[in-house]
Design a protein around this ligand. Structure first.
Ligand SMILES: Nc1ncnc2c1ncn2[C@@H]1O[C@H](COP(=O)(O)OP(=O)(O)O)[C@@H](O)[C@H]1O
Ligand SMILES: C[C@@](O)(CCOP(=O)(O)O)CC(=O)O
Ligand SMILES: [Mg+2]
Length: 385
């Protein structure tokens, strides 16, 4: 039997980085997905194959070798969500090194460690083929790491003994709340391997979908009543969430009081965001007043992100360009490059958007829009294979 899981990426509307330190963020799922298909192989086959289509890497391990490398660590590991120890990561790195991981792609290795940890913990040592492909740019602030961990966890759990699902269902189906919570917890463990110190906002919004508020590990659903449209500009400047999060923490230890004030200000912005999008627009005037407020909040949030050291010349370029069209923007995700959001108010003309997209494109940036606030992780069973 084959199972396919798909998990959405996200945009952080307000509060990235602050959320790592226990302050509120507001995030929404977007309709771009990472898709994982998992097929169990026959027991006498003895191989685990991982195909990472987006980064062009394929791996193949014998189950015997995986057992050999991990057995001294007490594997099979606990099938309830557990953190991967540093010692285990070192052993997983041995398994990855044996596959001659290309030096130029070494930054992507932690994603393979996360796969091995989730696979060996959730599925034990069953031979399998796992294929990953994504509509999300990898490492650009749209939560590809979380969508990867959520879709992997969902597919693995769907074929494990720890979650009981109705496999007769046709088409995409969602998990029950308690099952989704298990998926989310495992995905968080995977995110820890990739990010170092994730807040949990990305895996939560990818698991549960829609718009959420997140603070100190606690998620609250936000009932958004505003039609939100964002232009997403990928600067294509590569960056690494783990390094940016670590830099912010270092700045916080150097300037605790100043950073605390900045992070508090970001939290106030997140709180205002969630109040505004929950309010019902009584007429067009009210809606445009709210859109103006959101634009101002984005400008303030961006200024504060600059002050904590996570902006970048490419991001500033997008801000200045959109400002020429009187449109507000902010980076989304970890910053340092990656993607920028520009709020597109409901009254804006298609011509203005086209001009902006053309100008941004002339710098080599890539612009697109995505549906905001759709469903979280889903699975689908294929009985023919
Ligand atoms: N489709 C994918 N295939 C392989 N690895 C992936 C994929 N998506 C995410 N990853 C892993 O996630 C990492 C990127 O995560 P991160 O730096 O947090 O950026 P973001 O989550 O904003 O895209 C990659 O280095 C890789 O390890
Ligand atoms: C910077 C941060 O707030 C968001 C990171 O998102 P992304 O990996 O850049 O998509 C980190 C986190 O919340 O774990
Ligand atoms: Mg990430």
């Amino acid at each position: 039997m084959e199972v396919t899981a798909r998990a959405p990426g996200k945009i952080i509307l307000a509060g990235e980085h602050a959320v790592v330190h226990g302050y509120t963020a507001v995030a929404s799922s977007i309709d771009l997905y990472t898709v994982v298909s998992l097929r169990l192989r026959s027991e006498d086959d003895d191989t685990v194959k991982l195909k990472l289509n987006d980064i062009g890497l394929d791996f193949s391990w014998s189950v015997r070798r995986i057992k050999e490398v991990l057995s001294h660590l007490g594997s099979p590991f606990s099938s309830t969500p557990t953190s991967c120890s540093l010692e285990t990561i070192r052993s997983l790195a041995t398994l990855v090194d044996e596959q001659s991981f290309p030096e130029t792609k070494i930054g992507l290795a932690s994603g393979v460690y996360a796969f091995l940890w989730l696979y060996t913990s959730i599925l034990g040592f069953k031979p399998a083929t796992v294929t990953v492909s994504s509509e999300l740019p990898v490492g650009a602030g749209l939560g590809s790491s979380a969508a990867y961990c959520v879709s992997l966890s969902a597919a693995l759990l769907a074929l494990s003994d720890s979650v009981k699902l109705d496999v007769s269902q046709k088409g995409w189906s969602t998990f029950k709340e308690t099952e989704a919570e298990v998926v989310n917890k495992w995905a968080f463990e995977g995110e820890k391997i990739i990010h170092g110190r994730p807040s949990g906002v990305d895996n939560s919004v990818s698991t549960f979908g829609n718009v959420i508020k997140f603070k100190s590990g606690v998620m609250t659903r936000v009932d958004s009543n505003m039609p939100l449209k964002m232009l997403i500009t990928n600067t294509k400047v590569g960056r690494d969430t783990k390094a940016l999060v670590a830099n912010v923490s270092a700045r916080k230890s150097r300037h605790p009081d100043a950073m605390c004030s900045v992070l508090n200000a970001i939290e106030a912005i997140s709180d205002e965001w969630s109040t505004i999008i929950q309010s019902h627009a009584v007429d067009d005037l009210y809606l445009s007043a709210n859109e103006e407020k959101l634009g101002e909040l984005m400008e303030m949030n961006q200024g504060l992100l600059l002050s904590i050291g996570v902006s970048h010349a490419s991001i500033e370029n997008v801000l200045q360009t959109s400002m020429k069209y009187k449109l507000a923007s902010k980076l989304t995700g970890a910053g340092g490059g990656g993607c920028v959001l520009t709020l597109l108010p409901t009254h804006i003309s298609g011509e203005v958007i086209d001009k902006l997209v053309e100008e941004l494109g002339s710098f080599g940036f890539q612009c697109f829009t995505a549906g905001i606030g759709g469903k979280g992780v889903q699975i689908s069973f294929d009985h023919s294979s």
